[in-house]
Design a protein around this ligand. Sequence first.
Ligand SMILES: [Zn+2]
Length: 712
Amino acid sequence: MKKILVMLLEYGFIIAAMVALVAFVGLPPGKGIDLQRQPTPLIPKLVQGTEPWDKDLRLPTQSDRIVHYTMNVKLNVKTNIISGTETLEWKNTTGKPQQDFPFHLYHNAWKNNRSTFAKESGYQLGRLGPDRHDYGYTNVKSIKVVDVKGETDITNSFHYIQPDDSNADDQTVCQVHSAKPVPNNQSITFRIEFETKQPLPVARTGAIRDYHFVGQWFPKIGVWWKNAWNCHQFHATTEFFADYGVYDVKITIPQGYVIGATGGVPKSIEQNKDSTATYNFYQEDVHDFAWVTSPDLVPTVRKFRHVSMEEGERPDRHHPLKEVTVILLTQPQHDNMIDRYFTATFNALRYYGEWYGEYPYDAITVVDPAMGSSTGGMEYPTLFTGGANRYSPTEASSPEGVTVHECGHQWWYGMVGNNEFEEAWLDEGFNTYSTDRVMNTAWPPFNPSRYFFGGPGAGSYVGIPYVVREIPSSRLGAGNSELRRYGKNDVMARSGWEYYQTYGLNSYTKPAMTLVTLEGYLGEEMMYRVMRTYHHRYRFKHPTSEDFIRTVNEVSGKNMSWLFANSWYSSNLFDYSIDRVNNRRIPPPTGVFSLNGKQSEPAPTTKTYECEVVVKREGEAIAPVDILVVFKDGSIRREGWDGQYRWKKFIYYTDSPVSYAIVDPEHKLAMDVNCNNNSKAVRDPGYRSLAARKYASKWMFWVQNYLEFAAF
Ligand SMILES: [Zn+2]
């Protein structure tokens, strides 16, 4: 479809719907908000290595560079086929000779409805239907081993393997066999001739109209990990895992097309005689390479600078960060979103950089996806996609939320290269937690919004936005209800394709809430040290959950393994409640009292009340909790409980009865699935208003839960 038609569609549709909506409910609210926090007085900055805890933290200057990809490819915009050669130099650091090599061919997931990806989606590939031209694939035409003596064709050894399931139709992983083993500490060079046909976009990659988003598009070698090849098939819910290295990629596209790619600014551009142009992108220390091209993309380039401290910045964050070229490629109709994209990207570069470690690459490319391309909200090394609606009000966190989130992936998926097939949460969960922190730090609270009269579009929605201004948006606010509903389905620590309905919960929400809980128990400052140490230690590496937990325990000096045992390695739910608060007036002594066998006078009663507070563990998960007991006279008692047994009773003899009791008063246990039972007040003549207040807050809790859950 032509650009103008798309714009007309988006505009026309929206104008018509706007008229209908205004007639129906009135104009949506449009109060502008200040995007930046208000400054507070100047404070000195913290420089790396100046604190006792961080003096030994060093960011690696380069990765181990196991792979070196040199590619030369050409995109045919008529057929949507990318063809060319890939030269891969792979360094054997496995400690033993290697002769068999698995490769990912991710695009074969879209080849037909018999792939594992399709079968796991109910024999469906998004909107792909009967037209075979809509499907995509990667076809390996030849594969050779190249050495000083020449080339050895090993195409005959090419065969598909299915390491995860017995689906013989799945062609997302292939294996080849070299004639000679490559000894440890030596390299082998493959020359692969291949062609990749882009599908109509399915899972955030593909071609629609003249917009081509190209991700997971080339034969990509697996990772030797834990003494075996790790090369999973492409599943409906899994993401990626690859070794770090160097990408040197030449891409030929028609002249007049705008291109963005991993690596940012091209090293060279050649104009060819056949009305094409060849761009050379180069990037070190990344584990993937993606690109986008379309004649409609509008480039805007700005510099992220972080040389001096701004007024009002916190003193406990690290400075300064290196300069980064930010390349924004927007859709023509989203010109009003340019500043918002930049502000969000700059905030992400800044806060992620200050908290975890600076962004090490020279450039980052932000792609505003084409309408209907299903390519919004996705991360690739040094390039990510956002998503915007022209009419997004400033009170709504779009495109800010998606931009901060996808940019944030650079620090987890990008720089801390965990195995996303097997431990998705180390990327998505950590990033969800961090996104939430950036959003809360850099902006006043946003409000939840809905788009009416629209449908799924460019990673956002087309339609009329309506902002629910009465309720502040909190991304993780819905987590408790999601946990309550699906938390028992699965133990979080499983591979991404092995969940029953809970990939989202266990990859995003639950791990993020675990980190919020961890922060609750450790305190913000200690959490900062933990996260920064973890990031520094595992940048350009492949850490596991155990590496993270070890770092937590070591840095904090506390054994926090109980938290992970009860969350990541469990399907149990946390729920503590105040079961009972009771004040009993102590009656005067009656009956027979004796001392040493002789009748005696009863001891005088010194206190008026016996007060009883019973706290219960309603859930199966166990956590130590605090209890706050507040008495009528304003005095308070704080109690600690290991939370182990099903209940614990506290008894007080006082002259002032208990007014109310709260379990976990600071809400450290963010994963508690029912916060409504966390407190109990004693009914007295004024209880009506108290009860009303409680019901009102309950109602708000449910409204918010519902909204957030629906929005997730
Ligand atoms: Zn994400």
